[in-house]
Ligand binder design. Sequence first.
Ligand SMILES: [Zn+2]
Length: 188
Amino acid sequence: MSKLKNPWGEGTAWKNDKAFFTYLRGCLRLAWKRHPTKLKVLKEKRKQIRNPNPKGNKPTVFGFECEMCHKEFVLKEAQVDHINPAGSLQCKGDIQGFVERLLWVTEEDLRLVCKGCNSALALADKTGVSYEEAIREKEAIEWLKINKGVKKQRDILEALGVVDAQSLKGKDIRKAYVEYLKSKQGNQ
Ligand SMILES: [Zn+2]
């Protein structure tokens, strides 16, 4: 076996390194999906919660409490999160660290979170901001979606007491809303 030759390229299943690492990440994610410690965390932390479906015929269903936002969710919202994120797998040098962070874990390395917190944690990790900041960013993005149109957004910001709200444009509208959320929560 040649140590210098890459596994991708002509005559192989992968056109290039990108394709190969996509394949490898897929394989390892599958290993994570069925990781017995992950499944154990899910099983041990689930509990009966009030059925959030008003039309449901059972008063309680299986759910869990998110370890980040401390709200209760139904089990299908559960994500087992690595406290120390697995990071990226883009080159040979990433393999060992990625596999270790992803699979070389005990229950203490994992936490059960809701999908919203999971994506906030991923955003925080990716952009280097805190979890609280990432939550505010996500909330602001959602706010922009619900309140479409610059005029409407400016009017709301003005009503919330944002100075010079009517002159805001582009990204500054989102930033102003993030700042508003921050002041509302008492500068976390
Ligand atoms: Zn949560």
